[in-house]
Write a protein that binds this ligand. Sequence first.
Ligand SMILES: CC(C)CCC[C@@H](C)[C@H]1CC[C@H]2[C@@H]3CC=C4C[C@@H](O)CC[C@]4(C)[C@H]3CC[C@]12C
Length: 410
Amino acid sequence: MADATANSGSWSAFLKSIASFNGDLSSLTAPPFILSSQSLTEFSSYWATHPPIFTAAAAESDPAKRAMLVLKWFLSTLKHQYASRSEQFGNEKKPLNPFLGELFLGSWNDEAGKTTLISEQVSHHPPATAYCIRNEKTGVQLEGYNAQKASFKSTIIVKQIGHAVLTIPVGSGDSKELERYLITLPSLHIEGLIFGAPFVELDGSTTITSSSGYSAKIDYSGKGWLSGKKNTVIATVFPTDNEKEVLYNVTGQWTKEFEIYEGPAKKNSKSTLVSVYDAAGTSQSELKLEPLEKQHPLESRRAWSKVAEAIQKSDMDTVSIEKTKIEQAQRLMRAKENAGNHTWERRYFKAATEDETLTLLGKAAGVPLDGDKDKTGGLWRFDAEKAAKADAEQLNDEQVAEIEKELLGQ
Ligand SMILES: CC(C)CCC[C@@H](C)[C@H]1CC[C@H]2[C@@H]3CC=C4C[C@@H](O)CC[C@]4(C)[C@H]3CC[C@]12C
């Protein structure tokens, strides 16, 4: 707030500019104090800030309970996905717009063993990020991609396009089968805009549809709506073909605490309580990154390091100079590709034409079978072969310099 008052001139100019913007969030020019030095490719890591919760369902033999544990994990990610920046800085910030090919790679090491993260900007127009998160011990894997479509109606409203697929190996020994969960993404809007202290509230509902025959539906609301509390969430788990048969229900706040009960909400009591999740009190596992000098030149923190440093110092001239270098280099690359009729090779992902999970569950989940490819640049899927090649690659100093020059304008 102090920031906002000090910047009230630029803030009201910003408010005026968003009232007439075109829906492309990357085109918004925000005042300095609202700029984040974090790129959107980093946001994929929010899906697994608690690897033990991410993998918990793999150890459960009952499919309905697995669906409940998957729902619990999904809800446990919301606080980090949508509230961590405003908690850290006092308000939501505007992330850096990733360039095509930007990477964010890391891993977690904790009770769940090793869990690896691959995040890649797979499309520039429209901007889309794809990710794959894998736990070695359990084989649990999450892959997905997302783009955003924004509109303005008294505030910024954001629809997420894309989906995620969670795969859990179930069964024992050699007879393990892959259970799939198709996850849709919530819409959101920005609150607190006029006060200069923006933060995210979630809207509407999303689903998790499983190949096991169970599904979950999650409803989001905020202050002055159903419960009157901000960040309210209610959810149910049911057999996909009978939404009325509620096996579990969840109620609470995704930033604070939520309770999971067996059966429908009208029967909730101490004796039906299954577990309480304390979103605020559950510590997260730290994502480990390679030191900058060991990172690939297209890795987010390394590629944006000069911009990030300048943002931290509020040195807007340098921010603009360094950003422009990258943007210019990228424009040149795209022009070259168009002229030469070739496309940028994604390092870890491929654009698929169809997908087993979508064919199986897309209809029930309301996800288009082509994965909304027109709005996300493709139906993006992890490509293990490409990944193995990428991970084996060793760049020498010359190659690094070449990439930095050609792709980042350094
Ligand atoms: C701060 C205001 C004024 C500027 C606008 C910032 C916009 C671009 C920010 C604010 C909140 C952000 C969203 C917050 C969380 C997520 C979940 C993540 O899994 C994908 C990106 C996504 C969906 C972000 C997209 C960009 C976003 C919509």
